[in-house]
Design a protein around this ligand. Structure first.
Ligand code: HEM
Length: 270
């Protein structure tokens, strides 16, 4: 047996066939001459890849819950928390931009904004933050639009959690189980009471472990939003966003929202 790796391949390497590194590392087309733009572009692409994996995990978890397979759901949720930590750590190269550094390539971005990220939107939809208006920017891109439209009408991860809780005998109002899935999920006192009882009980039940898995996800998503907010405040103060919003003021409102709100408010009553 040779001690060194194989060097001789007839076609492309098996690594390339699997990873498609040649494709991946030639997708970087900066729009300005500024040397600092490359890390902005690559960080954004890296985050898109993490969004893609996280969507995959949450869809896996939702599907598993639909079949009452809690171990598979919890494993996917746990993986997603490690991925969320990596996603959040990728803010580091953009977290220290001065306004002058960001200005060096900002105008080249035109009207481009992360607000137009379809994969981020799918994450938000899975968390229950549905809005049909978020499909509008993607009208010109049929594949993206179709995927988002499908996600809009599918049960979110949280919808599947509520259905699971109902099947386990918890008192989830019937109206929530056949709600219009394309609408944003609004927190309900009855669901808060269910989580309160879950948290008062045995911490080893599937419900209690699910509650903590979801809480961890919620906290890490909230951290992404806040890290984004602070990076934006450092890079551009209170200027308007390239996507046309009020910028930091708009992001502040988004970051104030709790993910899975009843899991947080229930804690006051335990
Ligand atoms: C320091 C660099 C960044 C600045 C200054 C910035 C700024 C902004 C601003 C002002 C908005 C509000 C919408 C608008 O008017 O454009 C926004 C939204 C957004 N940005 Fe960034 N951004 C930065 C980096 C990133 C990166 C690297 C990503 C990764 C994909 C990203 C993803 C998003 C997303 C997903 C939204 C929409 C959030 C929502 O819908 O709640 N941003 N950004």
């Amino acid at each position: 047996m040779s001690e060194t790796p194989n060097l001789d391949f007839a076609g492309t390497t098996p690594y390339e066939d699997y990873v498609q590194a040649d494709v991946l590392t030639h997708l970087q087309h900066p729009l300005s001459d500024d040397p600092g733009e490359m890390v902005f572009l690559v960080t954004t692409q890296v985050m898109e890849l993490w969004f893609t994996v996280i969507v995959h995990e949450w869809e896996t978890a939702a599907k598993a819950l639909r079949g009452d397979d809690v171990p598979t759901a919890l494993a996917a949720l746990t993986r997603s928390t490690y991925e969320l930590r990596s996603l959040n750590a990728s803010w580091e190269p953009l977290a220290h931009l001065t306004p002058a550094q960001f200005n060096s390539y900002r105008s080249a971005l035109g009207e481009g904004s992360g607000f137009q990220s379809a994969m981020y939107r799918r994450m938000e939809f899975l968390l229950g933050e549905k809005a049909s208006s978020m499909l509008v920017p993607h009208r010109g891109a049929p594949r993206v639009h179709d995927e988002l439209e499908k996600a809009l009408h599918q049960p979110s991860l949280y919808d599947e959690v509520l259905r699971f809780l109902a099947r386990r005998g918890h008192d989830i109002p019937a109206g929530l189980l056949d709600r219009d899935l394309s609408q944003r999920y609004e927190p309900q006192p009855a669901v808060e009471s269910v989580w309160t009882r879950v948290y008062e009980g045995d911490p080893t039940t599937p419900e209690a472990r699910l509650g903590e898995g979801l809480t961890e996800v919620a906290e890490l998503v909230w951290r992404w939003r806040n890290d984004h907010l602070v990076a934006t405040r450092r890079a551009m103060g209170s200027k308007v966003g390239t996507g046309g919003s009020a910028g930091v003021a708009w992001l502040e409102r988004r970051a104030q929202k709790n993910v899975f709100p009843e899991l947080w408010t229930a804690r006051s009553y335990v």
